[in-house]
Design a protein around this ligand. Structure first.
Ligand SMILES: [Zn+2]
Length: 72
């Protein structure tokens, strides 16, 4: 998976479920986000429908650690 270039202007604090997102690797608290479609060919055949969802990625602006959040 190609990681897009960093853009400091887009990095921001992220609140999830009332908690501030903190990178577990470097303790940073600024992330940039992107949407990722998780549609996977063959997922339905293998009864993996939960994969056919959209996800939101939050990528640490310091170390590029990636958080994944499934959209319900
Ligand atoms: Zn980090």
């Amino acid at each position: 998976m190609r990681v897009p270039e960093r853009n400091d202007r887009d990095a921001q604090e992220v609140i999830k479920a009332g908690y501030t997102l903190i990178c577990p690797v470097c303790n940073h608290d600024r992330f940039w986000s992107r949407k990722t479609q998780m549609n996977t060919r063959g997922a339905t055949f293998f009864n993996l429908d939960w994969l056919n969802k959209n996800a939101t990625n939050y990528i640490c602006n310091r170390c590029s650690y990636i958080f994944w959040f499934l959209e319900s």
